[in-house]
Ligand binder design. Structure first.
Ligand SMILES: [Cu+2]
Length: 473
């Protein structure tokens, strides 16, 4: 009896865990409350991922017991997690079943311009009932995400966001959780989403933060973690305005990566990582305590301008239930990444003031006073290097995101920081600069504030990247 009991037990364990991709070493059901859907791959070629994706209205019990009418990719919030390897081709057969047009933007992925999801550049938004085939390569490692770029504040706030994990061949083997941080604005009386323009101009200026903080679509979900064993948290901030500053009592985070996979800086410890809207942070925590103790990862108010910290409480984001007596497992060796600093010699320079004004009683935000719908695109050429400097005289920070290209930040002394990123914070009464070199993907590219209320109010510019060939003849 004893001899067959062991393999049977193992087989049962494997049956219940393997389909979800669980590591057998982790506690049973460790990620049950935070598991992200993984879509069915229709293509047998291991280097091609071909999936169907539908955006539609979905009723979900996100908060409390009642059902909230959300918009979702494939019926869940967040939408699916697409798992890939560097160099894979991703084909997404997308169908819009929403009552309004939409697009999908693949945040951080260096896609060809026609796959970027910028409305009318070159394709118009996908009308209700229509389809669009996205098809591109995943050239870089890292955690990426996708979301609409048409009425983005409203559509993302309604639940439209999903993730792509692109793995390199040499990533460390360890316990890992992809964590999609967001929030949702719900009328707690009827359980339904608040209108996207609730609060009017002042709310737009501040950037709307939902009244419920979500981790993988749940309010304060629980994971079960091995006590004293390093846990890799691959985090993306999918909230439309909220900055996530995170803390775990008595613990520190070892940051190993960001927007573009593992960081060339190598592992570095921080007490409270901050993740801007759109940004990714890859960090290891070693959860440790008594057997059965629950640690709590909290959202801590972060000063992103007027009203962002005053009279605000911390919010529990994720509960970590410790399983077993504490072990002493070291953080595994993190593979090194080398990134060369871009040279700013000969770069074209652009200085942009981030602005707000009122036109006919309407709030208009923009670059140098001009909203994106009136802006003249900035000309750029393939191979050109540009240095962009954003100055912020407003009362709120702006996380500026460039589509299609990674860039490198300039520090306070103007030195280039050799790390690829795609979002940079422009603090209150401050400025921020980045250097970008355009590779051979001509087209119209967006650069905008990732507080999506700000982007929709006009804080966005266009870069018209040409390859030097005259397409008129
Ligand atoms: Cu902004």
């Amino acid at each position: 009896m004893r001899r067959i009991a062991v393999p049977m037990g193992l087989a049962l364990l494997a049956l219940s865990c393997a389909p979800q991709g669980d590591d057998l070493a982790q506690p049973m059901g460790w990620d049950e409350e935070v598991r992200l859907e993984t879509p069915t791959d229709l293509e047998p070629d291991p280097r091609v991922i071909e999936i169907e994706l539908v955006a539609r209205e979905t009723e979900l019990a996100l908060v409390g017991a009642g059902a909230t009418r959300m918009w979702s990719y494939g019926g869940t919030v967040p939408g699916p997690r697409i798992d890939a390897r560097v160099g894979d081709r991703l084909i997404v057969h997308f169908r819009n079943e929403l009552p309004e047009p939409t697009t999908i933007h693949w945040h951080g992925v260096r896609v060809p311009n026609e796959m970027d999801g910028a409305p009318d550049h070159p394709s118009p938004p996908i009308a209700p009932g229509e389809t669009f085939d996205y098809d591109f390569e995943l050239p870089d490692e890292g955690l990426f995400w996708f979301h609409p770029h048409h009425r983005s504040a409203a559509q993302v706030a309604a639940g439209l966001y999903g993730t792509i994990v692109v793995r390199a061949d040499d990533e460390p083997e360890m316990d890992e959780l992809v964590l999609v941080l967001s929030d949702v604005a719900i009328d707690d009386d009827d359980g339904q989403l608040l209108e996207p323009d609730v609060g009017g101009t002042l709310a737009t200026l501040f950037g709307r933060e939902g009244n419920h903080v979500l981790a993988n679509g749940r309010e304060r979900p629980t994971i079960r973690a091995r006590n004293g064993v390093p846990l890799r948290l691959r985090m993306v901030n999918a909230a439309i305005s909220r900055y996530f500053q995170l803390a775990i009592e008595g613990h520190r985070f070892t940051v190993i990566g960001g927007d573009a996979g593992l960081s060339p800086r190598g592992p570095h410890e921080v007490a409270r990582p901050v993740i801007m809207p759109g940004q990714r942070v890859d960090a290891i925590v070693v959860p440790r305590g008594r057997d059965g103790e629950t640690l709590t990862m909290r959202w801590v108010p972060y000063d992103r301008g007027y009203g962002s910290t005053e009279f605000r409480d911390e919010v529990d984001v994720l509960a970590i239930e410790l399983v077993g007596a504490p072990e002493n497992v070291a953080i595994p060796e993190i593979p090194a990444r080398q990134v060369e600093a871009l040279s700013t010699a000969g770069a074209t320079r652009f200085d942009v003031d981030l602005t707000q004004r009122t036109v006919d009683g309407q709030l208009v935000m923009g670059f140098d006073g001009v909203p994106h719908w009136e802006a003249t695109p900035v000309a750029a050429h393939v191979g050109e290097t540009q240095v962009w400097t954003f100055r912020n005289t407003m009362d709120w920070s702006h996380p500026i995101h460039l589509h299609g290209f990674f860039f490198q930040a300039l520090d306070a002394h103007g030195n280039v920081v050799p790390e690829w990123i795609d979002t940079i914070d422009v603090p209150v009464d401050g400025e921020a600069s980045f250097v970008v070199r355009y590779d051979d993907r001509p087209g119209m590219w967006m650069v905008h504030c990732h507080i999506l209320d700000h982007a929709d109010a006009g804080m966005m510019g266009m870069i018209d990247l040409s390859d030097g060939h005259d397409h008129e003849h």
